[in-house]
Design a protein around this ligand. Structure first.
Ligand code: SF4
Length: 265
């Protein structure tokens, strides 16, 4: 595992929490702060199920897993025969949802097509939309430092988002936008075939693990889907807003590092 000669330490992550520039730009415009005020975007709160018996909860969990599997299968069929670059070209022509009309670039994702580990965020922010690349604003710079703190760099991971076009004002993507765009994500996962996925934030966790998941409850726990280990944690933008989240993210990333090391052992 390359670590550029640096040791893992909480100090490195603490260092990472210092804004990379003086602009205060987190990669988000700030409009999502209210949506994240209690850690859960408003549209999902409305989707939360009432209290369920354990049997019913298990049954619903099975149903969610089945739906996710079906969705991945459909995506696999839809884009069968396309390699990652061809899929990128398809996404660049995409107008499947309203987000394309207001964004500058479709931000497909980037990184090692043979990566053992993928990072999945929510959607492009202002800087990402401008450059057409994922995680390049202040939150992205923090992600880079988090990667370094666990001995990784961008060259060996793959980074993308649930939705590929920036929602206006950086609002949370609507469910129909997530549904329209997630086949690209599922197809990326199938083609890259990572061993580990790190979900950065609530939307990625709900898309890839459980549509009812609350990031504050499930972060730091491993989930397994179709042989892929999935670790949900907070989005780097959340750390920039709330430094108290740095230690949980550090703990989560240590688990990711350990799992990666075990894969190589
Ligand atoms: S967000 Fe996704 S589905 Fe919507 S237009 Fe962009 S690429 Fe297509």
């Amino acid at each position: 595992m390359p670590n550029n000669g640096r040791q893992l330490s909480l100090d490195m992550l603490t260092e990472s929490l210092k804004p990379a520039d003086n602009s205060g730009n987190t990669g988000y415009d700030g409009n999502d702060q209210a949506q994240y005020a209690d850690g859960e975007p408003s549209y999902v709160q409305g989707m939360l199920w009432p209290e369920l018996s354990q049997d019913k909860a298990d049954e619903n969990k099975q149903q969610v897993m089945e739906e996710n599997r079906n969705e991945r299968d459909r995506a696999g069929e839809m884009y069968k025969g396309l390699n990652l670059e061809a899929l990128r070209e398809v996404s660049h022509q995409c107008e499947k949802c309203r987000l394309r009309a207001s964004c500058t670039h479709v931000v497909f994702g980037e990184g090692n097509p043979d990566a053992k580990i993928m990072f999945v965020g929510e959607g492009p922010g202002r800087e990402e939309d401008k450059q057409g690349r994922p995680f390049v604003g202040a939150a992205g710079q923090l992600l880079d430092r988090i990667l370094v703190s666990v001995g990784l760099d961008r060259g060996e991971v793959y980074i993308t988002n649930v939705v590929k076009c920036r929602p206006p004002g950086n609002r949370m993507p609507n469910p129909d936008e997530v549904e329209a765009c997630s086949p690209y994500l599922y197809a990326q996962i199938r083609k890259i075939n990572p061993s580990i996925i790190v979900c950065l934030g609530a939307l990625a966790a709900r898309t890839l693990i459980d549509k009812n998941a609350r990031i504050t409850r499930i972060r730091g726990e491993w989930h397994e889907k179709d042989g892929i280990l999935i670790m949900p944690t907070f989005h780097p933008a959340a750390l920039l807003r709330d430094p108290s989240k740095k230690r949980p993210v550090w703990e989560d990333m240590k688990k990711v590092k350990e799992a990666l090391d075990n894969l190589k052992a």
